[in-house]
Ligand binder design. Structure first.
Ligand code: PXP
Length: 241
């Protein structure tokens, strides 16, 4: 089976840095450690309120690491301009609400078709691989296809935060949506809320090509160190294939 890529999201290193407004801990240092420990890419979400990653981090990250950078961003003019300036390898379009604690749901790609279509085309024309962060719902996959997005990332939050039969049902929804995306030539990714305890069934879905994982890895790194935690996640993902 094809290798499953691990994108390490470094946002919450910046959350800790920003708690004191200084330079430490530096999310770029975390990206370097993650890349040595087996990450295949680095993900950073430049939120509109700059609560963790800030503008300078994007340029520094792209300059400092060899791995592909995936910039998560809202579908706004401001974010498109920043992406076009820095040209990350990939841009993942996420819905954003200022008051939310984290990205709580997927993008409504169907409803936002007219807004997203030209925005995706501009990013794609600049050589940026666009992904849409959507719910594992066939209507959203079809909307992504209509929009010409080469990649979708399925929101695994509902899976991660449920148990028993509800979790099994959500896993089936993700597997079905991944199969539908792949059948239509869209590369499926997944992420949100993934941990050592819940990653294996998601990693075993054969069509999924990449997982983006952040909060758990950075939290666990407090106890075990970032290198070992990334290496363990990498090993678990490989074992699941
Ligand atoms: N993928 C996307 C599109 C996200 O918005 C997030 C959260 O920023 C993640 C993956 C990672 O989620 P978590 O931090 O819960 O691992």
């Amino acid at each position: 089976m094809n290798k499953l890529r691990l994108g390490v999201n470094i946002d919450h290193v910046a959350t800790i840095r920003n708690a004191r407004g200084g330079l430490y801990p530096d999310p770029i240092r975390a990206a370097l450690i993650a890349s040595e420990a087996g990450a295949d890419g680095i993900t950073a979400h430049l939120r509109e309120d700059r609560r963790h990653i800030i503008d300078e981090d994007i340029g520094r990250l792209i300059g400092a690491i060899q791995l592909p950078v995936n910039m998560e961003m809202a579908a706004t003019e401001e974010m498109v301009a920043i992406a076009l300036k820095h040209r990350p390898h990939a841009a993942c379009i996420v819905p954003e609400r200022r008051e939310e604690v984290t990205t709580e749901g997927g993008l409504n790609a169907a409803r936002q078709h007219n807004h997203l279509k030209p925005l995706i085309a501009r990013l794609a024309d600049a050589g940026i691989r666009v992904s849409l962060f959507i719910e594992p719902d066939p209507r959203q996959v079809e909307a992504a296809l209509d929009l010409g997005a080469p990649v979708v990332e399925f929101h695994t939050g509902r899976y991660a935060h449920s148990e028993g039969e509800a979790q099994a049902a959500e896993l089936r929804r993700i597997a079905d949506a991944a199969a539908l995306a792949a059948k239509n030539g869209i590369e499926p990714h997944a992420g949100h809320g993934l941990t050592f305890d819940n990653v294996t069934p998601i990693a075993a879905i054969p069509q999924i090509a990449e997982l983006n994982i952040g909060h758990f890895l950075i939290g666990e790194a407090i106890f075990e160190g970032l290198g070992p935690v990334v290496a363990r996640m990498r090993a678990m993902m490989d074992e699941a294939r």
